[in-house]
Ligand binder design. Structure first.
Ligand code: 5RP
Length: 220
């Protein structure tokens, strides 16, 4: 039996194959699975010109390994973005933001030609929504947005003692029935005060690498 940490290592290693150009500007996500990938990146350093990072935590780790971290504003379209997820369905639609980096992650995913998601089997679901949906909010709008989310059938909880890299707060929303992920993503993003929500349905992954005890499978 593989432990979850071993599966994260395996899927991170499998993702290295997708870094297949030379002098690539690579988009890098956030989280424990991505940390495994970051730690392996020195082995393909000759293929990476620089990186664009989705969080201060990933930036710090990348810099410690000697990578040149660029501002997205100074790059064009990225050829590849690699990131983890909290849930993935069979259409590569995701819930992200468990680590609170959802807004920058969504920006970089949309600014990239290809988004490769890396997960272990524990993240695979038939229907998104068992994982509480993270919603980043402007602090003064927290209560209003919470009431609007409750009207949509959700039960929002304030993520205590957490401020995003953008200086905002997170509401984690339980009990949402996500039968129309794109529709719900749009609806929540249209609430004034919402910066973005953790549904990645309009721009899901192009493919997901899923690690299980029997190996890594490509879901596209
Ligand atoms: C951070 C994220 C992460 O990708 C997600 O939480 C998965 O993290 P981990 O690999 O640690 O399970 O969306 O905002």
């Amino acid at each position: 039996m593989s432990t979850q940490d071993e599966l994260k290592q395996q899927v991170a290693k499998a993702a290295l194959e997708y870094i297949d150009d030379y002098d690539m500007v690579l988009g890098i996500g956030t989280g424990s699975t991505v940390n495994c990938l970051i730690d392996l990146l020195p082995s393909v350093k000759n293929r990476i010109d620089s990186v664009v990072s989705s969080s201060e935590a990933s930036t710090e780790r990348l810099k410690q390994l000697g990578f040149h971290v660029k501002e997205l504003n100074n790059c064009g379209t990225l050829s590849l973005y690699i990131d983890g997820a909290d849930e993935v369905d069979s259409h590569n639609r995701l819930i992200k933001g468990g680590g609170g980096a959802l807004t920058r992650e969504k920006i970089i995913a949309n600014a990239s030609e290809r988004f490769v998601c890396i997960v272990d089997t524990s993240k695979q679901v038939d229907i998104l929504g068992a994982f509480p949906l993270p919603v980043e909010v402007i602090p003064m709008a927290r209560s209003f947005v919470g009431r609007e989310l409750a009207k949509l059938g959700g039960q929002p909880t304030f993520r205590e003692d957490f401020v995003t890299d953008n200086g905002n707060w997170i509401l984690d929303v339980n009990n949402l029935k996500i039968i129309d992920p794109k529709g719900l993503e749009t609806k929540i993003n249209n609430i004034p005060g919402v910066v973005t929500n953790g549904l990645f349905a309009h721009r899901g992954a192009d493919l997901t690498l899923v690690a299980s005890a029997s190996g890594v499978v490509v879901q596209d």
